[in-house]
Design a protein around this ligand. Sequence first.
Ligand code: FES
Ligand code: FE
Length: 457
Amino acid sequence: MSAVGDWRSTQLPYRLDRRAFADEEILQRELELVFKPSWQFVAFESELPDAGDYVVRRMGRDSVIVTRDESGAVAVLLNSCNHRGTQLCRATFGNAAHFRCSYHGWTYSNDGRLVGVPHLRTAYPAGFDKTLYDLRRARVTAYRGFVFATWSPDGPSLEEHLGEFRWYLDAMLDLAGGEWEVYGPPQRSIMKGNWKVPTDNFAGDGYHMGTTHQAAFEQGIYGDSLASGTLGRKELELIGINVSTAHGHSLRAGYVVEKGDRSISTDVSEPAYLGYPPEVWPSFTAGQTREQIRFNSRCEVLHGAVFPNIAYLSVSHDRAIGRDDDPLTRYTVWRTHTPIDARHTECHYWTLVPKAMPEEWKRRSYQFQARSQSAGGMLFEMDDFENFARIDNVVSGPVTDGEPLDLTLGLGLGEPVPDFPGPGDAEYCTLSEHNQRAFYRRWGALMGYEGLMGQTR
Ligand code: FES
Ligand code: FE
């Protein structure tokens, strides 16, 4: 029986068939049923400031050129010539009015129209219709500068796809005056392992911190990061709140609270935005709703996943590596995990900084991110990638394949969060796979594996 038809975890609702991390047939099904109809993040509008600017990205396994055409609109074009299929654009980014195929010279405008065919009048039959060979264009929508695309012409809108998660994206962006920018070009790396492994991790894995990132703790990265100095309080602790929303999106927020407190304070008179200098706090407060202030105040770490393959992270460390005198500085990174094959993943990382912050602060934020969560991240990323590769080392084998993986951490143990300011299913449970269950439940629904992860908590 085929790997897909023999899917075993349907009998075990909180267990995952480990072939999901290794099997090419399952990946083919994902590309068709998960990636192709979903809204996929392709670029930030700020990466394409001028007409003709382009970046080359992938949607699932399909290479696309994301361009700003001469009319100023963003187009997402399949990066494959319609004559023999040659890759049209080989650069990663640039500026071009046209894309000329390197094989026989068919030329496309940057909105995807076939505009040039060498020897058209003499070598092709009369009536050759160039419009039949325009590049396939994806449906494109931008939300607050984040450009998404889908191959589904009439599926849900991006706003419907994001659903309640928009509240959390807005809350993150409105924190710092609402205007953000990408700092520097995105970083890119190839990871050994399946695309779902890092996505699952960022969705809500607080469980690995004490083991995988033990070295970071030992080096004092977190040290006194409960910010007792900043908040002027003692007896503080960090609690984790998991939130899942429809369509498998998630976030996990770590709040600094007084010991034993399980609520998010309703007092907005003294908000604290950890990782930003206290001088800017009043201006940050001015641009937010009361509920956003409650969500953002005292949040030390925020991470999550936007279905299917986006992860994001906003962290306020107390120190950069090796510099004990660095002020508390937050970084925010947006990343994608795109399958190359079932066992290799392309990762992109964009560092986001508030436009309103001074250049020196932005640079330090970028450095913090680059040192920890990037292709060259010395502690966090390397530690994580080492474990992701160790999964891949042994994930597949005739006996191994029959041993499902467990996703019951925290099941039934989450407590409601009194008066939580945002929508979705929020629970207090510092160690939980609530969000991973939400991710795999959505994934299972699209893949036809009904019954997978019956409840998220
Ligand atoms: Fe592109 Fe022939 S393959 S012009
Ligand atoms: Fe990690």
